[in-house]
Ligand binder design. Structure first.
Ligand SMILES: Nc1ncnc2c1ncn2[C@@H]1O[C@H](COP(=O)(O)OP(=O)(O)OP(=O)(O)O)[C@@H](O)[C@H]1O
Length: 294
């Protein structure tokens, strides 16, 4: 099973949102990383078949998705970034409605909804109107609807926004399991959100795919360039503008740990640290700064 994005572009009037993107997705969980405006949503909408590329094509197992029509919809699940719920519907009614749209039989629908409500921990609120749910719960309803048809390809646009830490953890576990023999693509501008579940990553910048690979492989580029320095808070702050800072946190003993990137240690007493995706991201796009990526 593979999904190929072949030289895909999308031109909106005077804006090239996706620029000759090439990417082959195979089973597993993929992170699509990029700052706001990098082109992630546009690329995902094209993969979902709800927007046509202005150049190139997208193929599922060698066949252009447009020509697959209904068949593609059957194997596909999509959680858009902004998605119009039917606020007056209860969770159960909404999922039944979505299942009908996806052409799932009644008996199968009942069982599937029960199973999914358990998975996303919404069984207790299944009769509640969606309008009355919290942001995180609404997001989980969205995740459940994307899973209704047991899709082979699952596309999730910023799925973790609005989830609390517990929900994020459950969501990660669910996707790690789900992605074993399916293609799962998750977009985010929060690198740490996909770091623990994505086995492969595609990094987007200005509409282009800037890097692709397994996390371990990609982070090799920054190995030996990540440092931790333990300082007083005031001193740590003075380095904020002098070195690319990935992270600053305060320890219980009152000291501050500054994680930064440099070819060689520039703060005395620095210790080497294991490289992670957020280090690579900042290394590749220093101008985007830490606010964008964490
Ligand atoms: N309908 C449109 N018309 C014109 N420009 C658009 C349109 N939709 C998106 N864009 C522009 O295309 C670029 C890519 O947008 P897109 O939403 O795909 O990025 P993104 O990486 O998903 O960002 P975000 O995380 O903020 O959603 C942005 O510069 C955006 O302003």
């Amino acid at each position: 099973m593979k999904l190929e994005i072949c030289d895909v572009s999308k031109q909106y009037k005077d804006k090239c949102a996706v620029d000759h993107a090439n990417l082959t997705l195979t089973p597993g969980v993929w992170g699509l990383l990029g700052a706001n405006g990098a082109g992630k949503t546009t690329l995902m909408r094209m993969i979902a078949g709800i927007m046509k590329p202005t150049g190139g094509e997208i193929r599922y197992d060698g066949i252009e998705i447009d020509t697959l029509g209904e068949k593609y919809r059957d194997i596909f699940g999509y959680l858009p970034q902004e998605f119009g719920f039917y606020p007056g519907f209860s969770v159960q009614d909404y999922l039944e409605y979505m299942a009908a749209l996806k052409g799932i039989g009644k008996k199968e629908t009942k069982e599937k909804i029960q199973e999914l409500l358990e998975i996303v921990s919404l069984t207790d609120v299944r009769k509640k109107k969606i309008v009355k749910l919290s942001g995180g719960m609404k997001r989980r309803v969205g995740i459940a609807q994307a899973l209704l048809n047991d899709p082979k390809v699952l596309i999730l646009d910023e799925p973790t926004s609005g989830l609390d830490p517990g929900e994020r953890m459950r969501f990660r576990n669910l996707l790690s399991e789900f992605g074993r023999n399916r293609i799962v693509l998750i977009s985010t501008h929060i690198v740490s959100d996909v770091e623990y579940i994505a086995t492969c990553n595609a990094i987007m910048k200005d509409g282009k795919i800037a890097a692709v690979g397994e996390t371990e492989e990609l982070v090799k580029e920054v190995e030996g360039k990540v440092w931790n320095a333990v300082l007083d808070m005031a001193e740590a702050m003075t380095y904020e503008t002098k070195v690319p800072v990935v992270n600053i946190y305060n320890r219980e003993d009152g000291k501050t740990v500054l994680r930064y990137l440099a070819e060689r240690p520039v703060i005395s007493g620095s210790e080497p640290a294991d490289a992670r995706m957020e280090d690579l991201y900042l290394w590749m796009f220093p101008e985007q700064g830490k606010e964008e990526v964490r």
